[in-house]
Design a protein around this ligand. Structure first.
Ligand SMILES: NC(=O)c1ccc[n+]([C@@H]2O[C@H](COP(=O)([O-])OP(=O)(O)OC[C@H]3O[C@@H](n4cnc5c(N)ncnc54)[C@H](OP(=O)(O)O)[C@@H]3O)[C@@H](O)[C@H]2O)c1
Length: 260
């Protein structure tokens, strides 16, 4: 029977090893859901149910693991795991409810949902055990101001990213509604600069969180998020240009304003 520590190290190792492989794979294959859906990837699930299923381990597994963390009552562990749960409460519960109301019809392939579910099992385990058990913190009463400053700066970036992510998702779902289930060119705010401000916000969230947590697991999660979302944002931008022609401003970048 492998020890808990070796399982944890293996989980973080898998994140680091698969991250560049996923990035390479996504240069050639766009994950087939939403506008990029195509047949041959298994039976379609209703999108709201798929998102709930995919993201649910981040809630139930995290809550199951929390009581087993030796740092559970440490203020740094609490300050770092709370935003993780906040993000996934939105993604698992609030976002699927909004999807239900939006008129999004395209089915979500079971195979893609299964891969997402497995990733979240692995990642929720790695992040929760990292923050609440394996990270090294100074004694609770002895946390230097510079550590709190680093955590505060990271969480400020996280909260900004979450605000951009949630508001952009909301704007897109409203657009879906007004487009009668189809697509329109998004206008205003960050949409004037990038095709996918929701992805930009998500990447900023996990960058900030990695700064706050300062663990190898959190850094791996940030890199994994970029490996996943940068190629997808490029595919979205290409799709807009192909489907809307001159009505889609070519000056808009994919995910980082003026850069990429
Ligand atoms: N951490 C990660 O690695 C990761 C990975 C994937 C997703 N996510 C997050 O999960 C959320 C959803 O991701 P997603 O890939 O589904 O985002 P998305 O492609 O931007 O789509 C979001 C929703 O808006 C609709 N939509 C998008 N653009 C539209 C337009 N121009 N007109 C009308 N409707 C439009 C989509 O409809 P359709 O579904 O019909 O296209 C979908 O319902 C995002 O916040 C993202 O950051 C995170």
């Amino acid at each position: 029977m492998p020890s808990d520590e070796s399982v944890f190290s293996a989980a973080v190792g898998i994140l680091y090893v698969t991250c560049p492989l996923i990035f390479l794979y996504l240069q050639f294959c766009t994950v087939p859901y939403g506008r990029h859906a195509r047949p041959g990837w298994g039976p379609p699930l209703p999108p709201a149910a798929a998102w709930f299923l995919i993201e649910s381990p981040t809630i139930w597994l995290t809550l199951l693991l929390l009581p087993h963390g030796r740092h559970l009552s440490h203020p740094l562990a609490l300050a770092i795991i709370s935003p993780f749960l906040l993000h996934y409460l939105n993604r698992t519960v609030v976002y699927p409810i909004r999807l239900l109301r939006s008129g999004t019809k395209a089915g979500f392939p079971l195979s893609v949902a299964a891969v997402g579910f497995c990733f979240n099992l692995l990642n929720a385990y790695a992040q929760t055990r990292s923050v609440t058990h394996y990270a090294h913190y100074p004694p609770a009463g002895d946390v230097g101001w510079w550590i709190w400053a680093r955590v505060a700066a990271g969480l400020a970036v996280f909260l900004w990213g979450m605000a951009v992510n949630v508001s952009s998702d909301l704007a897109l779902l409203r657009l879906k509604n007004t487009a009668g289930g189809g697509y329109k060119v998004p206008e205003g705010g960050w949409f004037e600069l990038v095709a996918c401000p929701n992805y930009m916000g998500e990447a900023a969230e996990w960058l900030g969180w990695a700064v706050a947590a300062s663990t190898p697991a959190a850094l791996a999660f940030f890199l994994y998020t970029c490996a996943n979302l940068f190629p997808r944002a490029s595919s979205h931008r290409r799709w807009y240009l192909q489907n809307f022609g001159h009505r889609y401003p070519p000056s808009r970048k994919s995910i980082i304003p003026f850069v990429f």
